[in-house]
Design a protein. Structure first.
Length: 694
């Protein structure tokens, strides 16, 4: 065995040279890895080997470029990825890439420079750069369509999808599937076969057949752009990816296409969107790290889950567990709502068709119902209470759970803002009580706020974090504070939105500004969608608020065909003269002089108080770090990922500007804009929001 460098070895198996990379955790293409590959291929080519296999140790094949190197100062000069690729593609003997785990981004781009690819069925291949606000910048945009064709390349590159190896084999990305656990042997055997059969040294870059099919057909791209316009709105990277594939089709040579790719890659890399998306990539991974709950904290086994409440929330939560094979029992007080809840779950499964029919049946079969907590919960490992938000009801339930559940059972509440310490106080085991705040619809929304109360045990936190990952959620650990992190910050935006329309802005002005910022919809369109009558009681309504008046007029949102907006037969929202008149009357009555409010003011008044609230939350220790606040807002509240989250956005705008504006608003509009002491300190110390820890 020759040690090429600290992450690369070169060994021999008969006529085959085997280059092995071992750079944990994911064999990313850091300078050291690139240099190892370069020197490894050089040494292999200089030897008498008749073929070369590239394989990786650890959990995965190369998972891409090293993202932490992007935007960082250049280190010691090393071989570039292009140097490595040239060496591979022009190797005088066949090169076989042996793929397990994931071959992603630069990893797949390296594999595409091998003459052949062998993969185990569990491997996944893809070009996910788009998720980082980028495009494949090492020839992937030019090679992928040459292998899979233009349409598939468009779909793969703009979605970033990780394609399972069996599908990749059908697409021609993988030449042979190896038996699981026998990758190295299979790749060496394949390499020997290449030699024995004198197989050609396939250079993807020089095969244009698949591109020819799309030549002179701009309609392919036009149709793709049109079909995905909504999904791509606001993002720069999908369009740049599409342009690169157009360049592959329309350029005279591979090299010309590569030039277009490099130019667009450079533009994205320098842009604010990719910086935000790369920041967010690490933010999401950071959120898993709890400083005082180390990775090796023991976890409690969760084999059966109990849920209280068969409403929309309880049902959605149940589906998460059944989807990963965990048994669930739902308890309701009456048979009718229980039956209704179980029927809704069934129809949700049948409508979604995400799994094969037999798998769907299995999942439905894992969810049962009961009218008795005593009977249903004696053997569960976790109970999640998902009833309406009333402290007395929740306390009553937790006192009962304390009496019924076995020792060690985790007692969780799905409250979206009530005090969990108070709920825990009625039990004799507050160490087992935690908040699991799912977002609606709970089977779809990715965010899970895990709420740590005063006495929550570390292993309960560790178990909840692991379980969240298992059910496909992105978990953020937060502390007990009204509304927790997400809703507490939302409260700031909602307040300003309501105030703006009382000063002369129209609901559609506020919505448009926030929509253009990148939110899927503004607060008033959102209210119309959710229903204005949530929490509204007819008998108590006295026309004191705009909502009261709208609901009294039976304008309760989309479901009644009108709310803040009017709706046409296709549910398109139309600015409403009725709402305008109601607002006008309110403003006149309040004695305020309505004024024209600029888009800039709308945005700043909605967003800066959110950032200030995020700072307060961190100051109070209710979130661990600034980026956790961002993960909550991107995943739970539609904050556009290409703006990183409220705290990252604060850094883009600049803490000084946020502070100055808050002071200006405070002087003219009152103390709801009072900057937090920590914001003042942050600016005085010349620090950034992202430096803040809770
Ligand atoms: N660069 C640097 N670090 C990376 C990385 C990368 N490409 N991919 C993963 N990591 C790190 C993570 O930050 C994490 O570090 P931590 O343990 O310190 O938090 C560790 O590796 C493990 O990652 P995950 O927690 O995400 O592990 P999973 O097993 O859940 O997922 C994965 C593994 C599917 C490979 C996932 O990490 C992933 O999707 N990585 C990114 C893949 C990617 O986007 N590749 C393209 C990069 S851009 C590129 O290649 C440009 C090129 O075209 C020039």
């Amino acid at each position: 065995m020759t040690e090429i460098n600290s992450v690369t070895t070169l060994t021999r198996d008969g006529d085959v040279a085997v280059i092995t990379l071992n750079s944990p955790p994911v064999n990313a293409l850091s300078g050291n890895v690139r240099q190892g590959l370069y020197d490894g291929f050089k040494a292999a080519a200089a030897s008498d080997a008749k073929a070369i296999v590239l394989i990786c140790e650890g959990r995965t094949f190369i998972a891409g470029a090293d993202i932490s190197e992007f935007g960082a100062a250049a280190g010691v000069p090393t071989a570039s990825l292009f140097d490595v690729q040239d060496m591979m593609e022009n190797s005088p003997v066949p090169v076989v890439a042996a793929i397990h785990g994931t071959a992603l981004g630069g990893g797949l781009e390296v594999a595409l420079c091998a003459h052949y690819r062998v993969a185990v069925p569990s491997a996944r291949l893809g070009l996910p750069e788009v998720a980082l606000g980028l495009l494949p910048g090492a020839g992937g945009t030019q090679r992928l369509p040459r292998v899979v064709g233009v349409e598939t390349a468009l779909e793969m590159m703009t979605s970033g999808r990780h394609v399972p190896a069996p599908e990749a084999a059908k697409l021609g990305l993988v030449d042979e599937l190896a038996e699981e656990g026998k990758l190295k042997e299979a790749a060496i055997a394949f390499a020997n076969k290449c030699v024995a059969e004198n197989k050609p040294l396939v250079k993807i870059s020089s095969n244009n057949t698949k591109l020819e099919a799309a030549k002179g057909k701009p309609e392919i791209f036009a149709a793709f752009r049109k079909a995905n316009a909504r999904k791509f709105r606001g993002f720069a990277a999908p369009e740049a990816n599409i342009k690169c594939i157009e360049a592959a089709v329309n350029s005279a040579t591979f090299e010309d296409g590569l030039k277009a790719e490099r130019k667009l890659f450079g533009e994205l890399m320098m842009g604010a969107q990719s910086a935000a998306q790369r920041y967010y990539f690490f933010a999401e991974r950071q959120a898993n790290k709890i400083p005082d709950v180390p990775d090796d904290t023991p976890i409690r086994p969760i084999n059966k889950v109990g849920i209280i409440g068969a409403g929309t929330m309880g049902g959605g939560i149940a589906m998460n567990f059944a989807n990963v094979g965990i048994e669930v029992v739902i308890v309701e007080q009456q048979q009718a709502p229980l039956d209704k809840g179980l029927a809704t779950i069934r129809s949700n499964y049948e409508r979604s068709r995400t799994a094969k029919p037999e798998e769907t049946a299995k999942r439905i079969g894992l969810i049962t119902g009961s009218l008795s907590m005593e009977e249903a919960f004696a053997d569960v490992d976790l109970v999640i209470e998902a009833v309406f938000e009333r402290m007395d009801v929740k306390k009553d339930i937790f006192a009962k759970l304390d009496a019924i559940c076995k020792p060690g059972c985790i007692l969780a509440t799905n409250t979206s803002g009530l005090n969990i310490d108070e709920i825990a106080s009625v039990t004799k085991r507050p160490q087992d009580v935690i908040g699991l705040h799912f977002f609606s619809p709970a089977n779809v929304m990715k965010l899970l706020e895990i709420v740590r109360a005063d006495h929550t045990a570390k292993d309960v936190i560790a178990t909840s974090m692991k379980l969240a990952k298992k059910i496909g959620k992105i978990a953020v650990l937060v502390g007990v504070t009204p509304g927790f992190v997400g809703n507490r910050i939302l409260g700031q935006r909602q307040r300003e939105a309501q105030k703006l329309v009382m000063e002369g802005a129209m609901p559609w002005d506020v919505d448009r500004v926030l929509f253009d910022f990148g939110f899927p919809m503004g607060p008033f369109a959102m209210s119309d969608l959710a229903g204005l009558d949530i929490g509204w009681v007819k008998e108590k309504s006295n026309g004191e608020t705009i909502r009261d008046v709208l609901c009294e007029m039976d304008r309760r949102g989309q479901k009644t065909g009108a709310g803040y907006y009017d709706y046409d037969e296709n549910r398109n929202a139309i600015p409403s003269p009725v709402t305008e008149k109601i607002l006008h009357d309110f403003i006149v009555k309040s004695g305020v002089n309505p004024r024209k409010i600029s888009d800039e003011e709308i945005l700043e008044r909605c967003i800066y108080p959110m950032i200030n609230e995020g700072v307060k939350i961190l100051d109070e220790g209710k979130a661990i770090r600034a980026s956790d606040v961002d993960v909550v807002w991107v995943n739970g509240y539609g904050w556009p990922v290409y703006r990183g989250g409220p705290m990252h956005y604060g850094d883009v705008v600049g803490p000084e500007k946020v502070l100055a504006k808050m002071k200006e608003f405070q002087a003219t509009m009152g103390d709801q804009f009072k900057p937090s002491a920590l914001l003042e300190k942050l600016v005085a110390d010349g620090k950034k929001f992202s430096d803040l820890k809770g």
